[in-house]
Design a protein around this ligand. Structure first.
Ligand SMILES: [Fe+2]
Ligand SMILES: [Fe+2]
Ligand SMILES: [Zn+2]
Length: 223
C-alpha cells in the first residue's frame, strides 16, 4: 500500500494541506504532514506486524522490530513475533538470591525514576526543551524497568518517594551518569548471580540499556 510519508532532508516545514484530491488516492492519512519541495514524500511501506519485547513484555507494531524498545530501551534482538509469545517462560521457581537482587534493582529503578522526574521538571522550569525531553524519556524508561521488575516479583508499584535534584542541566547529567554507573555495576553482578536463565537475560539486558543511558550523559558532558 502507498502512504503519504513524512520526508527527510532540508527545507521541510509543517503545513496544512487541502488533501481532498490526494486523500482519494492515498487514504488514510493525516491532513498534517511534513513536506518539502522534493518529491520524496510518497514512499512504499511494507505490512505491519505485532512484536513483543522479551524484557518489558510490551507489544510493538511495525514492519520490523525497532533498534531499541520504545518502552524499556532493550535492544531490538529481544523482540519476537507476538504469535511466538510463550507466557510459561515467565513462570518459574525463583531463588532467594534473585528475589533479593530484584528488590535491590527495584529500589534503584524507583529512585532513578524519581530523580529523572525532578530533573525533567527543573529543565522545564528553565525553559530547556532538550533537557526536558531527555530527562522525561529517561524517567519513562526507568519507570518501565521498575514495572518489569514488579512483574517478576508479582507486587504492585509502591508510591514514588521524591528524590532531590539540581536546577542545573550539567549537574543533573553528572548525577544521571553516576546513577547509571551504579546501576550497571549492580546489574552485572545480579546477572552473574542469577541461577534462572530468564533473570540472567533480564539483568544482562538492563546492563546494555543503562550503558546506553550512561553514554548519552557522557556525550552531553563533553565540552
Ligand atoms: Fe533502568
Ligand atoms: Fe538508565
Ligand atoms: Zn521493552
Amino acid at each position: 500500500m502507498t502512504y503519504l510519508c513524512t520526508p527527510t532532508g532540508p527545507n521541510q516545514k509543517w503545513t496544512y494541506l487541502n488533501l481532498s484530491y490526494k486523500k482519494k488516492h492515498y487514504f488514510p492519512l493525516s491532513p498534517y504532514i511534513k513536506f518539502d519541495t522534493d518529491i520524496n514524500w510518497v514512499k512504499k511501506l511494507g505490512k505491519i506486524r505485532v512484536f513483543r519485547c522479551k524484557i518489558c513484555r510490551d507489544p510493538y507494531i511495525g514492519e520490523e522490530p525497532p533498534s531499541r524498545c520504545p518502552f524499556c530501551g532493550a535492544l531490538g534482538c529481544y523482540f519476537i513475533p507476538a504469535e511466538e509469545w510463550n507466557p510459561s517462560e515467565y513462570i518459574f521457581e525463583m531463588s532467594d538470591i534473585s528475589k533479593a537482587n530484584l528488590n535491590a534493582a527495584l529500589e534503584l529503578e524507583l529512585s532513578n525514576t524519581a530523580f529523572y522526574l525532578c530533573a525533567m521538571n527543573a529543565a522545564k522550569t528553565n525553559g530547556d526543551e532538550y533537557g526536558y525531553a531527555k530527562f522525561k524519556a529517561l524517567k519513562k524508561v526507568e519507570n518501565e524497568h521498575a514495572n518489569a521488575i514488579l512483574k517478576f516479583l508479582k507486587i504492585n508499584q509502591p508510591q514514588l518517594k521524591p528524590v532531590p535534584c539540581s536546577k542545573n542541566f550539567e549537574k543533573n547529567t553528572q548525577e544521571g551518569w553516576d546513577r547509571e554507573d551504579r546501576a550497571i555495576k549492580a546489574y552485572a553482578k545480579f546477572a552473574k548471580e542469577a541461577p534462572e536463565i530468564q533473570l540472567r537475560q533480564f539483568f544482562e539486558s538492563l546492563v546494555e540499556i543503562e550503558t546506553d543511558h550512561l553514554e548519552l550523559h557522557a556525550e552531553n558532558l563533553k565540552k
